[in-house]
Design a protein around this ligand. Structure first.
Ligand code: SF4
Length: 337
């Protein structure tokens, strides 16, 4: 299994210092592993820390504590040369394809820029050939190379963003809400494109989204985050058919089902209350102020991260008893496989 590991996040914390002894605990002790060739979906409401994790992996934020190990190397201990080389292997696709493309540059200049920075290809002609090739790979064509971002639709702009992310032939792509800003009709096209590119190039994805319906079809495994913590992690089919954590259940019950008969009959878990502030998170389980199953212990003790069924991890006191009743179950706290 270990030779398949591409990235390990170990007890990662990212706190932003706000002065006056206050800090915003954006990520507060998160552990997971991403394997080569898989798509790992990271899901949670806005402000849960998922995008901060993406940026900390890229080295755009320094960690507060914990480790980010990429291909066996701690990314925050790399020297300048090591980081530069890391950026050629890890690329990002951003949520807003318009804001992330320089409006004054042509598509060709936008896609060539990383090649120039990294000194790839001998001359302009070779770079241009690569640009043409990338445009065709993402479903555009070479005539688009001399146009400007404002001449394209949202879906086409996201395709340009994907072509730019592929310019250095990376092996790992962090897609930070890549379809959230797009029309529903275009979302599936972009997801299909990412799927096809993964198959062709053997890419690994970290796919960040705020809604479980967006990651269902593309993800092999999914991690659910709430207020800086990972609360559940398992395979995509298992998460949708057998969710355990009350927060995951609430997220799933918010997804509309297209069949009106099923939709009318099914039970819903409606979350009440506001998302607490990550500056002053609740004691014990951070979800307790909105959890329909909260108990006294939830305010006193932080639930342990544990494997309650094979490859199914949850942090919730509801499952602690089950753990004690099942000594045969191999509990691997703070590991994700
Ligand atoms: Fe709810 Fe308690 Fe489980 Fe937290 S630990 S999710 S508050 S039951």
């Amino acid at each position: 299994m270990s030779e398949r590991v591409l990235l390990q996040i170990k007890d990662l914390k990212k706190h932003f210092d706000l002065g006056k002894n206050k800090s915003l605990k954006a990520v507060n002790g998160v552990t997971f592993t991403i394997f080569k060739g898989e798509t790992f979906g990271l899901v949670g409401e806005s402000g849960c820390g998922k995008s901060t994790i993406g940026r900390t992996i890229m080295g755009l934020y320094n960690r507060t504590d914990g480790k980010v190990i990429y291909q066996g190397k701690d990314v925050h201990k790399l020297d300048e040369k090591g980081r530069f080389s890391l950026y050629s292997q890890i690329q990002m696709i951003f949520q807003d394809p318009y804001a992330s493309l320089n409006p004054r540059s042509t598509v060709s200049e936008i896609i060539s820029e990383p090649m120039i920075v990294h000194g790839l290809y001998k001359n302009k002609r070779e770079r241009l050939e690569k640009v043409y090739h990338l445009l065709e790979e993402v479903g555009l064509n070479r005539d688009h190379a001399n146009r400007y971002p404002h001449e394209f639709s949202g879906g086409q702009r996201q395709r340009i963003g994907i072509a730019r992310a592929l310019a250095l032939d990376p092996e790992f792509i962090i897609a930070d809400e890549p379809i959230s800003a797009l029309d529903v009709s275009v979302q599936a096209q972009v997801v299909n494109l990412l799927d096809m590119l993964q198959e062709e190039k053997g890419l690994t994805y970290l796919f960040i989204a705020h809604d479980l319906s967006m990651v269902q079809h593309i993800s092999d495994r999914i991690g659910v985050m709430y207020l800086g913590h990972m609360v559940e992690l398992t395979s995509s089919p298992e998460l949708y058919s057998n969710p355990k954590h009350p927060y995951t259940k609430a997220l799933l019950s918010a997804i509309p089902i297209p069949d009106p008969d099923i939709e009318e009959k099914r039970e819903r878990t409606i979350l009440t209350g506001e998302l607490p502030s990550p500056i002053n998170p609740p004691s014990g389980c951070v979800f307790r102020t909105r959890c329909p199953a909260a108990m006294d212990v939830c305010a006193e003790k932080t639930p342990a991260w544990q494997e309650i069924e094979e490859n199914h991890y949850v942090a919730c006191h509801l499952f602690e008893e089950k753990r004690q009743d099942s000594p045969s179950l191999k509990i691997k706290e703070k590991q994700h496989y």
